[in-house]
Design a protein around this ligand. Structure first.
Ligand code: GRF
Length: 201
C-alpha cells in the first residue's frame, strides 16, 4: 500500500456516517482518501451528500442483475479502478457475498447500532427499545458472511434514559457513531488494532 489508504463507503440510506467520515478526513483526523461511495439505492440521500462533497459515486440496482455475484463483480471493477484498499459499510442494507468477501478479506468494516451480539439485523434501536434494556450502544466489527457476526473491534455503551423516546435514543446513538467510526477506522487502517479476539483457558 503506497500513499494514504483508499476507502470506499457503502451505504443505502441517509449517509450521516459517510458524512462524518468525510469531514473527519477533511480535518486530518483520519489519514485516508475517501475515494468512492457505492450504493444499491440510486436515490438514497447519501448520493446527494457525496455529490455535495465531491466524492465519486457508483450506484446500481440489484434487481437488474441475475445474481449477487453478478452485481458484486461489477462493484469490484469499480473498486479496482479506484484502487480501493478498504470497504467501509455505513448503513449498507445487504449481506456482503463471497465475491467481495474473498477479494477484501479482513478489509471490510461495519457499524451497527447496538452492543452486538445483542440485537443484530434490522432496526436494532427499535429492538433494544422494545426489549426495555437500560444500556445499548454501538459496535464496529469486521465483516464476515453472517448478519452482524464478524469479529468485534470496538464498542461504546449508551444509557437508555428513563422516558426517552426512540427518536432521541437514535440521535444519541448516531452522535456516538459519528465520533467512534472515524476514530476506529483511523486505528484499523494504520494497523493499530490487532486481530484475534479473546482466548479462553
Ligand atoms: C447507522 O445507525 C448504522 O449503525 C447502521 O445504519 C445506520 C446508517 O445511518 N448500520 P446513516 O445512513 O449513516 O445515517
Amino acid at each position: 500500500m503506497s500513499g494514504k489508504p483508499r476507502l470506499a463507503v457503502f451505504a443505502s440510506g441517509t449517509g450521516s456516517n459517510y458524512d462524518a467520515i468525510f469531514h473527519a478526513i477533511e480535518r486530518n483526523e483520519v489519514a485516508a482518501e475517501l475515494t468512492l461511495v457505492v450504493s444499491d439505492k440510486p436515490t438514497a440521500k447519501v448520493i446527494d451528500k457525496a455529490r455535495n462533497n465531491g466524492t465519486p459515486t457508483f450506484t446500481f440496482e440489484p434487481k437488474v442483475y441475475p445474481s449477487k455475484a453478478a452485481f458484486e463483480t461489477e462493484v469490484m471493477e469499480h473498486l479496482h479502478a479506484a484502487n480501493i484498499d478498504w470497504i467501509i459499510l455505513a448503513g449498507y442494507m445487504r449481506l456482503i457475498g463471497p465475491t467481495l468477501l474473498h477479494a477484501y478479506e479482513g478489509r471490510i468494516l461495519n457499524i451497527h447500532p447496538s452492543l452486538l451480539p445483542a440485537f443484530p439485523g434490522l432496526d436494532a434501536i427499535g429492538q433494544a427499545f422494545q426489549a426495555g434494556v437500560k444500556v445499548t450502544g454501538v459496535t464496529i466489527h469486521y465483516v464476515d458472511e453472517g448478519m452482524d457476526t464478524g469479529e468485534i473491534i470496538a464498542q461504546e455503551a449508551v444509557n437508555v434514559q428513563p422516558g426517552i423516546n426512540k427518536e432521541n435514543l437514535q440521535k444519541q446513538i448516531q452522535t456516538v457513531e459519528h465520533r467512534l467510526y472515524p476514530a476506529v477506522i483511523e486505528r484499523v487502517i494504520h494497523n493499530e488494532y490487532s486481530r484475534g479476539g479473546n482466548t479462553t483457558t
